[in-house]
Write a protein that binds this ligand. Structure first.
Ligand code: PGA
Length: 254
């Protein structure tokens, strides 16, 4: 597939896989994906599996991501994990503001932007998630909601930092539901976000930033979704828990 931006496909394992299960999964993935150079492949295991997975992906084409981090550098924040701690395991990416964290941990756009700044300060690449609920889409609020999320979550980032930032558009109604946005819906929304980046930053940033689609991506719909001009990759939940289906998504996207 001839894309303007290199595809980035990340597996978000969420709260799944013990360290030993994670190791087995990443070993199987390494075998499946040995020769893949066309796509940036990222896996995001739970914190407790980072050490094992980090060792397993050394000298491979698989990069490591975390699913969240604190906006603080260190200190009395019980249960939190700082960027510097992730760096120790060669983590390069960190998912921020996933809709599950926005919903269950009540993460705000303001907090997500603080986390994005902390990630950049540690040279981690944030994957900043945005997405509307079904009620918001059906109520005609989608563009307003997305604009608030994109502007708020990326607030204060510089153009250079945007080059090392990935945006994930994940319609909440498509996550874990088996219901995927149509390719037309995905393309239209990605184009909307890209246009927004022109007004927030500039044309060059807008052209370079990679925008992933997420929400029930699977081997059977990956090719069509990735074929859209403004879709630059995928954030995959359920289908990334199985080596065969995650690697098929990647192979079908090339
Ligand atoms: P899903 O999750 O692929 O299971 O829908 C995507 C995500 O939440 O990142």
């Amino acid at each position: 597939m001839n894309k303007e931006r290199k595809l980035i496909i990340a597996g978000n394992w969420k709260m799944n896989k013990t360290a030993s299960e994670a190791l087995a999964l990443v070993k199987a993935l390494k075998l499946e994906l040995t020769n893949i150079k066309e796509v940036d492949v990222v896996v995001c295991p739970p914190f407790t599996a980072l050490a094992e997975v980090a060792k397993a992906v050394l000298e491979s084409n698989i990069r490591l991501g975390a699913q969240n981090m604190s906006e603080q550098g260190n200190g009395a924040f019980t249960g939190e994990i700082a960027a510097g701690m992730l760096k120790e395991f060669s983590v390069r990416y960190v998912i921020l503001g996933h809709s599950e964290r926005r919903q269950y941990q009540k993460e705000s756009n303001e907090l997500i932007s603080k986390k994005a700044h902390a990630a950049h300060a540690a040279s981690l690449h944030p994957i900043v998630c945005v997405g509307e609920t079904l009620a918001e889409r059906e109520g005609g609020q989608m563009e307003k909601v997305l604009e608030t999320q994109v502007r708020g979550s990326l607030a204060g980032l510089t153009a250079e930092q945007m080059d090392d930032t990935v945006i994930a558009y994940e319609p909440v109604w498509a996550i874990g539901t088996g219901r995927t946005a149509t390719t037309a819906q995905a393309q239209e929304t990605h184009a909307f976000i890209r246009k927004l980046l022109v007004s927030m930053f500039n044309q060059a940033v807008s052209r370079r930033v990679r925008i992933q689609y997420g929400g029930s991506v699977k081997p059977s719909n990956a090719r069509e979704l990735m074929g859209q001009p403004d879709v630059d990759g995928a954030l995959v939940g359920g289908a990334s828990l199985d080596a065969r289906s995650f690697s098929e998504i990647i192979k079908n996207s090339i």
